[in-house]
Every structure is written in C-alpha cells, then in structure tokens.
Unconditional design. Structure first.
Length: 419
C-alpha cells in the first residue's frame, strides 16, 4: 500500500542521494527545454494564426499536435526498461531527444506560416511534442531517482518553473519577437537555445540507482494495482483544467478587444506565467507548512475567482487594462499553487514505487490529455457560443474539485500528507 509513512516505503527507496547543485542545474536545463514546444504549440503559433485571420475552429486543431504529451505513458515503460549502460539510464533518452527537438525547430523555421501550410506546421509541432514528451519521461525519472522526499517541493517548483520559463520564451516572448525580428529568426534562436541547453547534460555523469536491476520491469498494469492510484489520478488530472481553459481563451479575448500581439504577449507572459512562476516557489514552502490539501484548495479558490473576473471582462462588465492585469495575476498565482501541489504529490506517490518514471508519466499524461481536450473544446465552444460559456465550463470543473477535496472520503489522505 502506498503511504507517506516511512515504514511503508521499501528499503530501496529509504536511502536517497542528497540534493546537489549539479543535479539542480541539469533538471533546470531539461525542464526549461520542455517548455519550448509547449509554448509554441499552445501560445505563439495559435496567436499568430489568429492575427492572420484564421477562424478559431481551425486554430483549435493546432493544439492537437500536443496530444503526445497526453499519451506519453503508453511508451513510458519502454523508456524506463531500455537504456545504454555506458550512457546512463535517463541520459540514454534525454540526449537524442533534445538533439531531435533542435533539428525539428530548425526545419519549422524554414516553413512560412499560412493556412496552406497549416498541416505541415501541425505535423512538425507534433514531432516536437513526441521528442519533448519522451525526454520528459526520462527527466521525471531522473528527478524521482535522485531527489530526497524533503526536497520534492523544491524539485517540482523547479519543474513547473522551468517549463514556464520555456513557455515564456517560446510563447509570449516569441510573439513579441515575431514582430521585432521575424518568425524565421525567432525559431532559429529557439533551436540554438535548445541545443546549448544540452551541453551541461552531456558532460554530467549520471549516478547509478542501486535498486534497478535487469529484472526490474515497468508496466502500465502495475500502476492500476497501486492503492489510491486511480482516485489520485482523477483529482490531479481535473485540478488544472480551469486555469488551462482561462489561459487558452484569454489571449483570444484580448485580440478581440483590439490588443496587439505584443500586448497580448506581455500580458500572457508577465501577468500569467511569471506570476505563476512566483506562485510555484511560494507553494513549495506552503506545502511544507500546510500540506498538499490546503495548498491545492488555496490555488483552486484563486483560479475560480480569476475565472469569474475573466467572464466579466469578456462580457464588458469590467473594462480597462488594470482589470485585465489584476485578473491575470490572480489566475497566475493560483495556477502556481495548483500545479506544484499536484505535481509534488504525484511525484512523491510515484517515488515510492519501483517504476517512478512510468507512474509520473501516467499522472502527467492524463493531466495533459485533459488539458488538451478541454482547451481545444473550450476554444471551439467559444467560437460557436461565447467566451463566457466556455469559461463557465472551467469554473464548474474547479468547483467539483473543491467539493471532492472537502467532502469525498477518497481524498481524506490528502489532509495530512506533506513532504
């Protein structure tokens, strides 16, 4: 039975290597790179297509290129079970995947964005999703293998923050760069950054994990045999949906309010993502003091309130840049709390099993699947109905998560669990 008590943790997981600066640097570099394809797929490219006059129904299809982040658990056991001993269990996958990502970004830079090339662009974004999600499996396994349980809040704050910084670079800041230096130069710069971030990984010696042997085989079936896995999976997958829907729709709302791409990029970048980054590190300390449950409840309440304000903005009940910026800050801070609490809990849960990378991939893959489906559905719903109706869908999901944490016995173990 999976528990947060030491006596229920196998001997192989009681002894964890101490956190060191080299490991932190490697994790920062890897998670940062994984944010680049996410930023392009869900932020920069859709916004660019909107400014070119393409309908929301067509733009919403681009987000489906990120579907591989959602189904990465399907090949996670293969990644966890196969590696080159001479290179390292996780580096065997990290290095080739990051090289492929840099190459794909270079090819994408050569394609002129238009309605005629939309399918090709979507295909190339799908390739970046495949290699990025595969690298993410190995990176999560690396973090779980070599992080002590007391450091998981910090590690997951670094994980979420690293991805946010990558999303900032390839999303909002890329939108600004499109207008300043052009699309091609921006994509080539992202390719160079991706390649450069691999350098410290290549020269780092990956420590061996003592409990891993040739007979240690990961599988998807083992995940479902783990107590509390399913209930935890459902909550972690649903908790982030309201914030994701807000992020997906807010940039389109602002474009319709005649904001320029640079203004949208600044709002999305600073108002949402930078504030979310700050919220992540505040949440990592909040978890140690108050536990996962209170941290998640706090984040959900902030996102719920911010969602109501975005509805007011979409309906022109609130006007002015001050109201937009204030709303974005509330949502961003709340999303930081939600992300770190769910990521840290799922990593600690998985760390106590013999297949941490596979189990983390299942948690994050299902979470991402829901985010992709609901952000795509919300965008389409906004196109045929209204922004308020689509935002209301996210509000309802957040309310259900609050009810589950407060009332359902399946989540009573969240109350006292903490790192």
């Amino acid at each position: 039975m999976v528990s947060f008590n030491n006596h229920n943790i196998s001997k192989s997981h009681k002894i964890k290597p101490k956190r060191n600066n080299a490991l932190i640097l490697i994790i920062c570099c890897l998670y940062f790179v994984q944010g680049i394809p996410i930023g392009l797929t869900f932020h920069a490219i859709p916004t660019l297509l909107k400014t070119l006059g393409l309908p929301l129904e067509l733009i919403s299809m681009v987000s489906l290129a990120g579907i591989f982040w959602a189904i990465k658990f399907l090949w996670a056991p293969f990644v966890e079970n196969h590696w080159l001993k001479s290179v390292g269990r996780r580096k065997s996958w990290i290095i080739p995947m990051q090289l492929m990502m840099a190459a794909t970004l270079t090819v994408l830079a050569m394609v002129k964005i238009s309605e005629q090339t939309l399918m090709l662009v979507t295909l190339l974004l799908a390739v970046t999703s495949i290699v990025g999600s595969t690298q993410d499996i190995a990176t999560d396994g690396l973090a779980a293998d070599h992080s002590d349980k007391s450091d998981l809040g910090l590690v997951n704050a670094i994980q979420v923050s690293g991805i946010i910084i990558g999303m900032l670079l390839a999303g909002p800041f890329a939108m600004i760069a499109f207008e300043q230096v052009g699309y091609r130069v921006t994509l080539l710069l992202l390719a160079v950054i991706t390649f450069t971030a691999l350098i410290p990984v290549v020269f780092w010696q990956e420590p061996k994990v003592q409990h891993v042997t040739e007979k240690t085989k990961a599988s998807l079936i083992k995940f479902f045999k783990t107590p509390r896995a399913l209930s935890t999976l459902i909550l972690c997958s649903c908790a982030t949906l309201c914030g994701v829907i807000i992020m997906a729709l807010s940039k389109f709302i602002l474009v319709d309010l005649s904001w320029s791409m640079s203004q949208v990029g600044m709002l999305t970048g600073i108002g949402h993502l930078v504030v979310m980054l700050v919220g992540c590190f505040v949440a990592s300390h909040f978890i140690k003091r108050h536990g996962y449950r209170v941290t998640l409840l706090t984040g959900l309440k902030m996102v719920l309130f911010g969602g109501c304000l975005w509805i007011a903005i979409a309906e022109n009940w609130l006007a002015g840049a001050w109201s937009v910026w204030g709303t974005a800050i509330i949502v961003g801070f709340g999303m930081g709390f939600v992300a770190v609490s769910t990521y840290t809990y799922s990593m600690r849960f998985s760390q106590q099993t013999m297949q941490p990378a596979t189990n983390i991939a299942f948690f994050q893959g299902t979470q991402t699947f829901g985010e992709i489906i609901f952000s795509t559905a919300a965008t389409s719903l906004a196109g045929v109905a209204s922004y308020s109706v689509a935002l209301g869908m996210g509000e309802l999901i957040a309310l259900l998560c609050l009810f589950a944490l407060l009332k359902l016995r399946h989540y009573s173990h969240w109350h006292d669990a903490y790192c």
